[in-house]
Write a protein that binds this ligand. Structure first.
Ligand code: NAI
Length: 325
């Protein structure tokens, strides 16, 4: 078993990023993942204006080697020791494959664990709030009004973020198409009055807003010609299969709000926990709402400069990471 901690940048503050427990065929794939994810966290924190850098943890499980309770605890303790060795340069949190109970094990070895119960807690509802603020901003840029009432949206992935987002959009008056690989989610969809669809139908639905909230990489060159939405803004990390898809979306007249701008609500919430005055949910609400403003700034800059939203967001991150002077 390998454990990786990547610290991509501490220019703006300690490197923050979750710990992912995932099965990889090869340690090189895990290393590539942790480096790529930590870099993404740097841009996410910089665009959100947080005094934090980007980092990430990966606990690599091996195919065919089940992680029983004893091995899992040992891996989490080793991860905690690695975090402790960095002495605050890296702050960890929960990520894919890791539970709140797992993070309590990590916290037996290091104080640098964020997002625990009693602190800022589950980031997902905050991520959903931030995505909704980003959707409103994208509507304002695209349609001239942030009003969601009467709009149509498709939410792909009804998990910890997708479900509260779908609830928020329904409450704001959007008609919804939703999809999830897990058929048990259908009951949630029906409770919202949403139309249940297959993931492919939901991705290509004729809607105002597409919100990818499952895994990354769903937007590639084969899907772009089939899209029938005006805006894409969602929670999934690394939505674009590669950066050139940003140009294809632009050419297809689809306004893509960059994922690392939209989905920063969770780390913004952690940022509130790290303030000297401690965690305050009202402050978190105010801070997460700023994601709407940032999205508007990025999309407007892209329009004004004739670049893609991805290029505008990267330029904003670069500006905020540049040394003063
Ligand atoms: P989750 O695991 O709770 O939910 C993902 C849902 O998507 C699951 O219900 C799963 O069955 C479904 N799914 C997977 N593949 C699918 C497919 N091809 N088509 C349709 N549904 C599919 O994950 P969570 O926490 O809701 O995160 C969603 C995305 O947002 C991930 O990409 C995550 O990295 C990203 N994200 C989450 C944050 C958070 O605060 N939870 C913060 C920032 C990003």
């Amino acid at each position: 078993m390998f454990i990786f901690v990547a610290v991509h940048s501490t220019v703006r503050g300690p490197a923050l990023g979750g710990c992912r427990l995932w099965t990889y065929d090869d340690a090189r794939l895990a290393l590539r993942d942790v480096l790529r994810l930590s870099e993404g966290m740097t841009y996410k924190a910089a665009c959100a204006g947080l005094a934090m850098g980007g980092g990430k943890g990966v606990i690599m499980a091996r195919p065919g080697v089940p992680l029983d309770a004893v091995r899992r605890r040992a891996a989490l303790e080793d991860f905690g020791d690695a975090v402790a060795a960095l002495d605050g340069e890296y702050l960890t949190a929960e990520d894919v494959g890791v539970t709140p109970a797992d993070m309590e094990v990590v916290a037996t070895r290091t104080a640098h664990v964020t997002g625990r119960a009693g602190g800022s807690g589950d980031p997902s509802p905050w991520t959903a709030l931030g995505v909704q603020a980003a959707i409103e901003a994208a509507c304002e840029v695209r349609f001239g009004t942030p009003e969601l009432s009467g709009r149509s949206a498709s939410v792909v992935g009804l998990g910890h973020v997708g479900l509260p987002l779908a609830r928020g959009l329904a409450a704001a008056g959007c008609s919804l198409v939703v999809a999830d690989l897990d058929p048990d989610r259908r009951a949630d969809a029906e409770a919202l009055g949403a139309r249940w669809a297959t993931p492919d139908e939901a991705l290509t639905a004729r809607v105002d807003i597409l919100a990818p909230c499952a895994l990354g990489g769903q937007l590639d060159h084969s899907i772009v010609p089939r899209l029938r939405c005006a805006i894409i803004a969602g929670a999934a990390n690394n939505q674009l299969a590669d950066a050139s898809v940003a140009d294809a979306l632009d050419d297809a007249d689809v306004l893509w709000a960059p994922d690392f701008v939209c989905n920063a609500g969770g780390i913004v919430n952690i940022g509130v926990e790290l303030r000297p005055e401690g965690y305050d949910p009202e402050q978190a609400g105010r801070d997460v709402a700023v994601i709407g403003k940032t999205t508007r700034t990025v999309l407007a800059a892209a329009r004004a400069r004739g670049t893609t939203p991805l290029a505008a967001a990267m330029a904003l991150a670069a500006e905020r990471l540049a040394p003063p002077g």
